[in-house]
Design a protein around this ligand. Structure first.
Ligand SMILES: [Zn+2]
Length: 59
């Protein structure tokens, strides 16, 4: 099956066993960006769930 990533809006092939959060599917690419502390414009709703690292603390 495919799922549309809420971050980049692309359709990704995902396993039917892949768990897709209620907030929407986030592809590995966008997920790694989120983990790096980036925020994606389309994924602000899910940002509340976990505290984000403060931007610009160190470079
Ligand atoms: Zn994506």
């Amino acid at each position: 099956m495919t799922a549309k990533c809420v971050g980049c809006g692309l359709d990704w092939n995902v396993s039917i066993y892949q768990k897709i959060p209620r907030t929407g599917y986030i592809c590995p690419h966008c997920e790694s960006r989120l983990r790096a502390g980036e925020t994606l414009p389309n994924i602000q709703a899910s940002q509340k769930a976990r505290p984000q690292r403060t931007k610009g603390a160190t470079t």
